[in-house]
Write a protein that binds this ligand. Structure first.
Ligand SMILES: [Zn+2]
Ligand SMILES: [Zn+2]
Ligand SMILES: [Zn+2]
Length: 437
């Protein structure tokens, strides 16, 4: 992630703002950060959001709708413990999904914030010919996340290679993910063994230096250029192969993941291959494999954190967002004012990140005889702008605000508070934010 930074955006020319100032502020927050990608999946961003009818009373989580959850229980066979989560008793601390009693079956799951890592050895994702050349391709990411359906006893870890495909590439149990992390580290150690510098005796004409000590390939003079690769099984007796017990078997054979290391004879670095059932694969550089192993380990630690019974999933008292009742922030940002149900539901689709916002202070001042204020908030946009930034808005001003010494002191104090909130709540600190929340 990028270095810690606070971005102060000052809007100097906003006049005639009214109760909708929050909406304007949101628009400006986006506008001052032009590098925010429009969408991870253009198919989603190209469609305007359909108008959402107001939910009939009684379908929001909490209170009366408890009955609806219990009815769903009969139909879908959820355990009472699982159903109680949607009703508002507790939630794994890592879940950022938000739950409503009228969620569709596919949405009744706990889901963690995705961990995304760039893949330097994968092809970019083609968004389609309808985009101009400069926007047609998106960098390839591997997305790793914790997912747990409400009736499952433990979370699973999914790996997704392509955001345009809704099904994950691999779904592993906790034990399998642990094994995968171990294999990736073993592979990395092998991949980082330096190449020998001495020449080769009795090798084919194309081979100028000896094989790395781990290579068991029998290189031939007529190997095709692409096949001139140092290679060996990572571990003997198929110990580098993981059976994926959560996936559907084919013809009686389980889907499998295998980790191997290979190094082309002219390549500057070895490549770690994570191969699924000899069909598809993920290619990683040694440092990417290390990173993935670290992400998997971190997710496994997160998965074992106890549930958070203190957080009730019900509308916040008297708080509204966009005219709708606000619900607690699914990401547990302690300073976030909450989100409307439609914001939360829409954020489950890729390309619709939640924008978190919380007011820090409103500092009054005057321009001539007109009252104004500098409103300071913390804002952040999931995925694209994960580090919160302080946002200053001059309400009622048509230029710079004329601040007296008291307003200056208040501004500094508020900015210091914003800075403290940023420093006290580092991104990815699930435990810490849960404690505060
Ligand atoms: Zn949840
Ligand atoms: Zn070799
Ligand atoms: Zn939030």
């Amino acid at each position: 992630m990028s270095a810690l930074k606070a971005v102060v955006a000052v809007t100097l020319a906003l006049a005639d703002l009214d109760a909708n100032s929050r909406a304007v502020q949101g628009a400006h927050s986006m506008a001052v950060h032009p590098h925010v990608p429009q969408s991870a999946t253009p198919a989603v961003s190209e469609q305007p959001s359909p108008p959402r009818p107001r939910c009939p009373a009684g379908t929001e989580a909490g209170g009366e709708p408890r009955r609806a959850a219990l009815l769903a229980l009969d139909v879908n066979g959820l355990s009472p413990e699982a159903a109680s989560v949607a009703g508002g008793v507790g939630d794994p601390v890592w879940c950022v999904h938000g739950h409503f009693d009228d969620d569709r079956l596919v949405d009744r799951r706990h889901q963690a914030d995705p961990v995304m890592m760039r893949l330097s050895m994968a092809d970019a994702v083609d968004c389609g010919e309808q985009f101009e050349r400069s926007r047609r391709w998106e960098p390839a990411f591997l997305t790793v996340r914790l997912v747990q359906r409400l009736n499952e006893i433990r979370p699973a870890i999914t790996l997704q290679r392509d955001v345009t495909v809704s099904e994950p590439w691999v779904t592993c149990s906790v034990a399998e993910a642990e094994r995968l992390a171990d294999l990736l580290l073993t592979a990395t150690e092998r991949a980082e063994v330096p190449m020998p510098t001495e020449g080769v005796v009795d090798g084919p004409f194309w081979q100028k230096t000896a094989c790395p000590p781990w290579c068991t390939s029998r290189h031939q003079a007529d190997d095709a250029y692409a096949d001139r690769v140092h290679h060996a099984d990572l571990l003997p007796d198929g110990k580098a192969v993981i059976d994926l017990v959560l996936e559907q078997a084919t013809e009686g054979r389980p889907e499998q993941l295998e980790v191997t290391v290979a190094r082309h004879y002219r390549s500057t670095t070895a490549v770690i291959h994570v191969i699924k059932s000899e069909q598809t694969e993920l290619q990683l550089t040694p440092s990417e494999a290390r990173t993935l192993a670290a992400h998997l380990r971190q997710l496994l630690r997160t998965a074992s954190l106890p549930a958070d019974p203190s957080r009730l999933w019900k509308p916040l008292d008297g708080v509204t967002v966009g005219g709708q009742p606000a619900f607690p922030c699914p990401h547990r940002r302690p300073w976030c004012r909450g989100h409307s149900k439609s914001e939360i539901v829409e954020s489950r689709q890729p390309g619709n990140p939640l924008m978190h916002s919380g007011s820090v202070a409103s500092v009054p001042f005057t321009i001539g005889n007109s009252p104004g204020s500098i409103d300071i908030s913390l804002d952040t946009i999931d995925g694209h702008q994960p580090q919160p930034f302080a946002y200053l808005q001059v309400v009622g001003g048509d230029g710079g605000g004329e601040l007296d010494v008291t307003a200056i002191d208040h501004t500094i104090a508020a900015l210091q508070l914003a800075k403290k909130l940023i420093l006290d709540n580092p991104v990815g600190s699930v435990k810490l934010t849960a404690d505060l929340g």
